[in-house]
Design a protein around this ligand. Structure first.
Ligand code: NDP
Length: 236
């Protein structure tokens, strides 16, 4: 049986991944930052292993990865999903805002991959999926630090696909469009309607739809796919 570690599994796309992988028969571990109640309820519902680990702390990430290996024996797939967003005009984004954004969205993925990689290299197989955003490809007004962090994840993904391919490890990226999660709760109903109207499929996406694409990329059905960025955007 395969094991997956999903970061930011307590809510939104990460929680949908926990459910999708569990339904597909995977052994699932997930991390969260602070939402103990939701993480505990999801763990009870799915049988997944929930681990509290702030991705800004390298030691916490390494402890979580070690815990997964000691519980399940290995990490076959890693989903670097946890992230934060913020809307601000470029002139108002402080150095601290930039640091926080990159610390979670980019370095959080770096730390998690670094913690899981030795076992994958030893096994000479594995699948890593990073979660970028369509804003990381197109750029985004009033969230330049978020868009830059997501663009950096695409560079990381493509570089690691080249570097780790010879070791049998696939690295891909999913770039969601506008998805119905807490992250978009800051937007008014009018803004969400406008974003849906701009989407060729005429609606915003669901976390389950993103989770299905992530599950596919981690599965053996995607065994010859690496270095790719899969847009799950409704055509946006
Ligand atoms: P949510 O805000 O719903 O959930 C975020 C998750 O990340 C939570 O599980 C949260 O844990 C965790 N998290 C946040 N900060 C940290 C941290 N420092 N350490 C560990 N865990 C952390 O986000 P979404 O589900 O909407 O987004 C998931 C990913 O998809 C993100 O990377 C996001 O950028 C990306 N994305 C989302 C889109 C959307 O429209 N929703 C569009 C494009 C990309 P806790 O519950 O404990 O706070």
């Amino acid at each position: 049986m395969h094991t997956v570690l999903i970061t930011g599994g307590s809510r939104g796309i990460g929680a949908a991944c926990v459910q999708a992988f569990a339904r597909a028969g995977w052994q699932v571990a997930f991390t969260y930052r602070e939402n103990r109640e939701r993480a505990g309820a999801l763990a009870r519902q799915t049988g997944a292993l929930a681990l509290c680990a702030d991705l800004r702390e390298d030691l916490a990430v390494r402890r979580a990865a070690a815990e997964v290996v000691s519980h399940f024996g290995a990490v076959d797939a890693l989903v670097c999903n946890a992230g934060v967003a913020e809307q601000k005009m470029f002139q108002d984004i402080t150095d601290e805002d930039w640091q926080r954004m990159l610390d979670v969205n980019l370095l959080g993925a770096v730390r998690t991959i670094r913690a899981c990689l030795p076992d994958m290299l030893h096994a000479k197989c594995g699948s890593i999926v990073t979660i970028s955003s369509m804003w990381g490809q197109s750029g985004a007004s009033c969230e330049s630090h978020y868009a830059a962090s997501k663009a950096a994840l695409i560079g990381l993904t493509r570089s690691l696909a080249l570097e780790l391919g010879p070791s049998g490890i696939r690295v891909n990226c999913v770039a969601p469009g506008v998805i119905d999660t807490d992250m978009n709760a800051v937007h008014s109903a009018e803004t969400m309607q406008a974003l849906a109207a701009e989407t060729p499929l005429g609606r915003i996406g669901t976390a389950d739809e993103v989770a299905d694409s992530i599950l596919y990329l981690c599965s053996d059905r995607a065994s010859f796919i690496t270095g790719q960025v899969l847009g799950v955007t409704g055509g946006f």
